[in-house]
Design a protein around this ligand. Structure first.
Ligand code: DAH
Length: 341
């Protein structure tokens, strides 16, 4: 009897010795201890075939074997699970000295940042947005804006003509006409958008963006323009910035002015940015020419207005110190990354 028990113990130990996985060990345990099919449970069932007087001793021995096997498998299970946990922990260990993996994350383009900032400033002063078409005809882009037939801007050298009739708008000023044709004053609109000119160097690009403004009402004067420009310049370039108007010429305004801001880099003392003048030119503006009002059915004896137009890339280049307009179109991540808010 004892022999049989010892042999089974040895058999279990030998089988367990080659097992390195707790799941396999569980299967081995079942082979011996499963209530229905286990080899030790089968021994118990064999007891019925023995003469009654031998049964108690046999039962005792089998119970000892069963107790031993239960302890043995519990120990084996704990041992293998400890090894498995150690292996899992080792595999999942994090080396905090390794460089972190980078998550590239997008940001708004400097052009968009400036456009949004401008829209915010003017929306705060009650302007609403009007977006005109990029393909215009000669009437809206030039004629209605009081541009003479022989004006150089109409030249093929400066303007991209799509056909005899249509062209790519050279200025957002065309939007002024579209707005005034459809609405009577009071008018207060801001018209941002792309414009196109046959022009290409470090500060000019064949496609760029402008922001046009138009205010028409009774009693609007040049002082209203200057007051609004001060709010704009101080918001964009800094609290201490001043504006100045210089006489200029645009066919659609009379008088016309070029607007300078005092240099925000040197405070007006003179530096590289302002070319030692203390002033930086930022936009064109003026009082809407009475012919333009008439062309749109607005009575110039009742209403007056001012208009202005600025290049958005120019404002972005000045504000962020970008030396070449192409940097705004190349999408070089090393450049764009510097504008992440
Ligand atoms: N359209 C002009 C340009 O592209 C800019 C401009 C100047 C717009 C004066 C205006 C204005 O509305 O009043 O150079």
């Amino acid at each position: 009897m004892d022999e049989q028990i010892k042999a089974m113990q040895a058999e279990i130990e030998a089988a367990a010795a080659s097992i390195t996985d707790s799941k396999e060990m569980y299967l081995l345990r079942k082979q011996y201890l499963d209530n229905k099919t286990g080899k030790i449970s089968a021994l118990m069932k064999n007891m019925r075939d023995l003469p009654p007087e031998e049964r108690p001793a046999f039962g005792k021995v089998v119970n000892v074997l069963k107790g031993w096997a239960l302890d043995f498998f519990t120990e084996q299970d704990a041992r293998l699970k400890a090894i498995e946990l150690a292996q899992k922990n080792a595999a999942e260990q994090i080396d905090v000295t390794m460089p972190a993996s980078k998550h590239l994350c997008g940001a708004l383009h400097p052009q968009t940042l400036i456009a949004n900032e401008l829209i915010d400033i003017f929306a705060g002063m009650g302007f609403t947005i009007f977006e005109g078409p990029e393909i215009e005809n000669d009437y809206y882009n030039f004629t209605a804006l009081n541009t003479p037939q022989d004006h150089p801007a109409r030249d093929m050298q400066d303007t991209f003509y799509v056909s005899e009739e249509f062209l790519l708008r050279t200025q957002t000023s065309a939007g002024q006409i579209r707005v005034m044709e459809n609405a009577q004053p009071p008018i207060k609109i801001l018209s941002p958008g792309k414009v196109f000119r046959s022009d290409d160097d470090a500060t000019h690009s064949p496609m760029f963006s402008q922001m046009e403004g138009l205010v028409v009402d009774k009693g609007i004067t040049l002082c209203d323009l200057q007051g609004m420009l001060d709010v704009f310049a101080q918001n964009i370039f800094g609290e201490n910035v001043k504006t100045r108007l210089r006489p200029s010429y645009f066919p659609f305004t009379e008088p016309s002015v070029e607007v300078d801001v005092s240099c925000f880099a040197c405070g007006g003392k003179g530096c590289r940015l302002c070319k030692d003048t203390g002033w930086i030119e930022v936009l064109g503006a003026g009082m809407v020419n009475r012919h333009v009002l008439e062309n749109c059915g607005v009575d110039p004896d009742v209403y007056t207005g001012f208009a202005f137009g600025m290049g958005i890339e120019r404002i972005a280049m000045l504000k962020y110190g970008i030396p070449n307009i192409k940097m705004l179109f190349e999408s070089d991540v090393r450049v764009l990354e510097q504008f992440r808010g």
